[in-house]
Design a protein around this ligand. Sequence first.
Ligand code: MOS
Length: 771
Amino acid sequence: MNDLLGKPIDRVDGKLKVSGGATYSAEYFPKNMVYGVLVLSTITKGRIRNIDTGQAERVKGVVGIMTYKNAMSLHFPQGTDPGSGKYAEKGLLPLQNDRIYYDGQVIAVVLAETFEKAEYAAKLVKVDYETETPVFDLNANISKSYIPTSGGSQLQAKRGDADAALQNAEVKMEQTYTTPVYHHNAMEPHASVAEWNEDSLMVYDATQAVGGVRSLLSTLFDLSPEKVKVTSLFIGGGFGSKGFTWPNPIVTAMAAKMVKRPVKLVLSRQQMFTTAGRRSETIQKIELASDRSGKLTAIKHDTISESSFVDEFVETAGLATSMLYSCPNVEISHRLVRLNKVTPCPTRAPGEATGTYAIETAMDELAYQLKMDPIQLRLLNYAEMDEQRQKQFSAKNLKECYQRGAAAIGWSQRNPEPGSMREGNYIVGYGMATATYLANRVASAAKVTLYADGHAEVLSATQDIGTGTYTVMTQIAAEALALPVDRVTVKIGRSDYPTGANSGGSQVTASVGPPIRAAALAVISKLIGLAVSDTASPLHGRKEEDIIADNGRIYEKGHTDKGESYAELLKRKGLQKLEAQAKTRVSTRDPQGANPAPTGGMDAAVEEESKTNPAVQEDQDVDRKPYSFHSFGAQFVKVLVDPDLGMVKVDKAVAVMDIGKVLNLKTAKSQIMGGMIFAIGMALLEGTAYDPNNGRVVTRDLAQYLVPVNADMPQFDIQFIDKPDPYISPIGAKGIGEIGITGMTAAVVNAIYHATGKRVRQLPVTLDKLI
Ligand code: MOS
């Protein structure tokens, strides 16, 4: 083996990306293509009384305008779930009727020979609305909140009696923390190109789930899934926004059918703020009780977040709280308020990002109340097991994260007294918090082909949303194939490859790595089988288990010279290629640890082949029922606060992450750093503003919606425990895309309190809240 896992190799797609050779979804130009531009509603609730497209239609170069009046009717069997959870009712699909449920709803698509003409004509579409009074203020409508119908029983979790424990508590605290709406703001906007060929549909779409888009489109257009191909080779960030299928690929395909030409449709940056999801606003009440020593006796975490009238989404802020600390009495609740806004959706660590902000700020408040070191408070209440599910953790090395993080930031030099530390004109603050995210793994399949020239190709219908999937999957395949990385090509981002994981929930590495490994091992095993049974091979007659594969060669153990290269063997046998497919059906998402993945369908052949793959079987045979799968980490920050201006600069940020085996130190650090930067945005800068008169988004661009820039960056120190999780998979790696944002927001807020003595419970902590 190559010992490739863990190596900080450069991104295999790096050159393509910096040279412009990587083709993103908006960069396809099918022959005879027209450009689509969306017209969006400018009211928040009501109906279209009249839509006048006459003037727009007369613009030279306009080839069609699609509104609810002429749009095709979409096929949607009642009660079926298209996979993404969206569009629960047919009437809520785009352009099916005259109803308006939110600001920025798609009401027309203008199609023209050039983008400029389409955009010009779109401005000439005149809409006469009948306006109704919208509901858009979460705070003002708490009385209308309801228990979510989706998300399962864990959203209303309870153990012991938290209310009784709070009543009898020696020490208690109760505070409410709020987080605003955040937008994902991926660099690449949502983009689709759709082309029909008779009754087959080809869609290039910026998506985190080629399989999800295929499944929804095949339902809506009443096609068998084989008739729909979705491609997403390169993606300029998703962060959850591209996890659901928004109206854009649907109307692009509808329009292409209507004008009988390929259509390209790209959302503008402004449209991204109303039409492609967002992180829900939250109101989180936390109650903590402890004895005088700091041992927790009760935790209550009640979350109210937003949903829409179009669908339901729950920001699961309380989920992590149920297992984060050892405590006999815990109560978690989630309620939703339907608002006239586009449906919220996953946003980097959906639930944990907002939830750890609240619980980890509350823990800091309790530590101050107890006059106790915040790390000590966490160690005193360390959860040795998942007490909510009554299961052991598959792996947890969080104590080491606290210790190493504290050392790296210089915690021992911290004077706990708020405002007591200075550096020049600045007040210094140190803060820390616990990070955690689910260690998700779902069913996935892959195909590996070794060609006669000695290079290999890997196929799986998963995506690289910018996280490094191409690179890490190349490493996993190359390691198992015993080939150098430059002789392995990973091909992903096409729905006609074997089903891979959606790029959500930090699950791709843990889900797609094992079937790639299993298929690669099967190829090598076939190769060895060929050699030992071939009289012309120097390995003829040897025992298969004595054969080693290394650097594109197989040889007999202890006799490096006795062997041959893969290419020599395949050529002699007259074989163009050797291939194997594998599907692993492991899911850590299912609380029972069962394998709920559906069988059959397009993966039937892969499943059949997997039954005789020992690597698949060994992996699936691991008893995962006794384990709770999570990643952990500790975040530490040092902030500098200008006491006159209230300006906060994060000066240093330390993360020590326990995410199982690190597969690529370079991309792993980059993922954690990206999450931490997101958290700096959450804590200090970001937040979508709505017009209080009509509920429309005000901050519709990156001039008004502030994201962190280079000048905001601290010095980063990112470390890993790097111990394989023995139960997640034979590779031992857990996902890493989301945990970096968790804990970090609280660490910044806690550091600001240490610096200023001001506890800000309404994010973001803008300077007006500090002076
Ligand atoms: Mo992630 S927010 O689950 O795409």
